[in-house]
Every structure is written in C-alpha cells, then in structure tokens.
Design a protein around this ligand. Structure first.
Ligand code: PLP
Length: 459
C-alpha cells in the first residue's frame, strides 16, 4: 500500500514592487561607456593580452567613488564609504578605491587578510557576515577593526574572546526589520521582536566591548530609497536604547545595495520601467542625511555615516572585450554569433541585459540586424544577449560587453574555459593586473596517487 504524505496547504507569497524591481534599469552618475573605448584600441589590446580580456578604467572607478561619496555628504556628518570587497576584490581595484579614501567592508577571513596585505588601516575595516571563525574574529578585534555582530552565538564567542584581547573590542550589531516583502531577514538581530534591544542590553553589561555602530543592509539593487530612510529611523530608535544601556554609538552603517548602470532583462522588469536620471544616487542621500543629522546628539554630536556600496562603485568601470568565433543562422530564430566569453565570466547575464557593442564601424549601408550572442560553453544556457540589434558581425570581430565590474570576477567560473587576463587602463596606459589562466591552473591543487599515475604524467 502506498503511504500518502500529509497534506501541505499551498502557499502564496505576494510579489510586490520591491521584490521584482531589484535589478531594474538604472543609470549611475558615471555612465559614459564610450569614455573607456576612447582611450584604447580594442583590437590592439586583444592582440596584446589575448581574447577575451577584462578591462578596468581607473578614471571611471575614481569618478564613481567621488560621485557616490558626494551623494551622501552633508556638513555635520562624517561620511565613510566602505567598499564591499566581495563585489570585486581584484587587489588593484581595492587599492585604487583605498587611494580615494575608501574604507573596506569584508565578509570573510580571506577578504580580511587582503585588507592586511594591502596595508589598509584596520580602524577603517568593517567585518560583516553571518559566520566569522574564532581566529578571524580574534585578528580583527585585536587589530582594532569593527566587527558587526550577527547573532547571539557570535556575541557569546566574542565575549569569550574579549577576555584575552588586550584592547577594547570595537563592535556593532547588524539589525533587520520588516519593510515590504524584503527577504533579507537571515542576517542580524530583529528589531520588531526586541531581539536587537536585548543584544544592546547584553553588550552594555560587558566592559570589554566598545560598542560603536548600528548596521542594516536591506538588499540588492534597491530601487526604493525609502528603505534606507526607514533604516535610519530604526537605527536611531535603537541608538536611544543603546544610550539608555550606557553605550555610546557614533556610527550608522546602511550597508550596500545601491543600483549600478545595468539594465534588467524585460522578463524581470517592471512594465513602467524607464531609464533613471544620471544623479540616481542623490535621492538615496536625501532619504537619510537629514534624518541622521537631526539625531546627531545620539551619536556624539557628529554622526559617522558608513555606506557599503559594491556594484554602484565598480560595475560601470569594467568592460569585457571578446571576439566572434563563429556565426550561424539558426532555423526559425535567425542570426546567432558565438563569442569566446559567456556566463562563465559574466554570470550576471542571467538577469541583466548587459550593453553589448560592436566596436568597429560597419558603415551606414550595413544597417542593423537582430542577433543572439552565445558564449563558448558546451551548454545551451550560455547566452550573453538574445535578439539584440547590432551591425552585422563577422568572424574575428571584437565585441565589448559593458558594466561587468560587479560580481563577474568574483563569481566567474573556472569551468571548461580558463579565465582571461585583466588589464587596468590607467595614466600610464594598459597594465596587466591579472594574468590569463592556462589549463594547468585548473589542476594546480590536484594530486595524483602514485598507483593511478599514467607513465610520464605531469600536471
Ligand atoms: C552586508 C553587505 N554590504 C554590502 C553589500 C554590497 O552590495 P551591493 O554590491 O549590492 O552594493 C552586500 C551585498 O550583498 C552585503 O551583504
């Protein structure tokens, strides 16, 4: 006899504005894609460094940083931009942003180690995330970095470690609160349940902890700036509680999630979507600065506003140059080209319509044609763009994919194809900042037991 499983009632979750809009069309203060192409000859760079090739514009990166900082600046507030390392931790990118004055936001011991290797002052490092190992916590606290505590288990581990650490341990707490259907409730202490207030009371009873900061990160590609305004209100309310518990907070940390210059695929987009204004980030600043300033006394007179942008700082500063490796006509579909870079290097192509350009003049008489652009992987889902209008492409033509600075390097896959070189276009011309991989790099950590080794085997 078959056993029936118990009846599970169906569940319906509302799909509302903030849930579907996270990758909506956006434009940032630096959005001039041609700036990068003007400075270089795409074919020459591909010839010199191989195809495909990631290209980082130092000038774009610096402009994006400055634009972001200025959107959140106001007299009476000390604004600190802590670059979110996981978005793209190419050391040269981090170094440029630090030279501009960025702090660092890290979420693992590996990222923390990179800040040390880059000589970043630990007092400007924010250590976030739902899991930090004990040795990682100990380094960070001992160095004087700020640890944003995620949960009571972590708080207990920090209390135990603090006994041995020979300086006050600088800590903050991450807070989550209800705002629409936002699913970002895995992280931090909940506000509405009183959990966050309880954490503050407990920290207030421990003289080894130096409480400095209240933190929220509300989500990804947040197009509703009101969530940041609400975060400030919640964190101000908790700052009052912290003061009553004998603590002296000085900082509010609003996390990341600010949009970049990318465009969402139509199937994920809102019907009423449109390109956003160039000063996209200013409404975000306006949503938070006045409220924070009005509560300055709770933060020692001059609040520090910490922001942790990732994609808004780096997306538009990086392009991927690649080459057409074949062209074909697919029955009932039309023209298709295969290029030598796909979702292995641009995983964000699953949800963004990345700007793709043919870089060489085709002549006006050539016109435009509909073409789908596929990557080189042996998988049907390896698609960069479907049915876009471009001048006719032929074998060997260079193609440029834009806005690939965020989550492409760090989430790229060593799958089937080795990963390409990365070049920085700076004041001294192109400089190699990451070498091209070879097939051997796939296997660099592998070991072959002697009993299985074929004659002459060497990796
Ligand atoms: C805590 C925290 N800060 C900052 C960021 C950076 O986000 P984004 O790249 O969307 O700005 C993230 C990303 O998820 C995050 O989890």
């Amino acid at each position: 006899m078959t056993m029936l499983s118990p009846y599970q009632p169906p569940r319906l979750d509302p799909l509302t504005y903030t849930a579907v809009s996270k990758h909506l069309i956006a434009d940032v203060s630096f959005g001039d894609q041609s700036a990068l192409q003007q400075n270089c000859d795409v074919r020459e760079l591909l010839g010199q460094f191989g195809s495909p090739l990631f290209v980082v514009s130092e000038e774009a990166l610096r402009q994006l940083y400055k634009g972001f900082h200025s959107a959140f600046s106001m007299p009476g507030i000390d604004t600190r931009v802590a670059y979110s390392y996981k978005t793209n931790y190419l050391p040269a990118i981090c170094a440029i942003l630090h030279a501009e004055g960025a702090w660092a936001e890290v979420v693992s011991g590996a990222e923390y180690e990179l800040t040390r290797a880059l000589g970043v002052d630990p007092s400007g490092v924010i250590f976030n995330g739902p899991y930090k190992a004990n040795d990682e916590l100990e380094w960070a606290l001992q160095d004087g970095a700020i640890v944003n505590i995620d949960n009571f288990d972590e708080l207990k581990r920090i209390e135990d470690l603090a006994v041995h650490i020979r300086r006050p341990c600088r800590v903050g707490i991450r807070v989550n609160f209800k705002f629409g259907p936002s699913p970002w409730n895995k992280f931090g202490f909940n506000y509405e349940s009183g959990e966050a207030a309880k954490a503050l009371d407990r920290i207030g009873r421990n003289k080894a902890l130096k409480f400095e900061l209240l933190h929220n990160h509300s989500g990804t590609f947040q197009l509703n700036q009101e969530v940041y305004g609400r975060a400030v209100e919640v964190l101000i309310d908790l700052a009052k509680h912290a003061r009553n518990a004998g603590l002296e907070p000085t900082m509010v940390d609003l996390g990341g999630g600010y949009p970049s210059g990318n465009r969402l695929k139509p199937e994920f987009d809102l019907p009423a979507s449109q390109r956003r204004a160039r000063n996209l980030l200013h409404p975000y600043g306006e949503a938070v600065l006045g409220k924070l300033l009005a509560a300055k006394e709770l933060f020692g007179g001059k609040p520090t506003l910490v922001l942790e942008p990732g994609r808004a700082l780096v997306d538009s500063a990086v392009q991927l140059f690649c080459s057409v490796v074949s062209t074909k006509t697919i029955p009932n579909q039309g023209k298709a080209v295969i290029v030598d870079a796909g979702v292995n290097l641009v995983p964000t192509a699953y949800w963004y319509e990345h700007q793709v350009d043919q870089v060489e003049e085709a002549g006006e008489e050539a016109g435009l044609e509909s073409v789908s652009i596929y990557g080189p992987l042996c998988m049907q889902i390896d698609v960069l763009r479907e049915n876009m209008m471009l001048p006719p492409l032929k074998l060997g033509d260079p193609v440029v994919v834009s806005n690939v600075g965020a989550y492409c390097h760090t989430q790229s896959m060593q799958f089937i194809q080795p990963r390409p070189a990365t070049v920085l276009l700076g004041p001294d011309g192109p400089e190699l900042i990451r070498k091209r991989e070879s097939w051997r790099d796939f296997f660099v950590l592998d070991r072959m037991p002697n009993r299985l080794k074929p004659d002459g085997f060497a990796l």
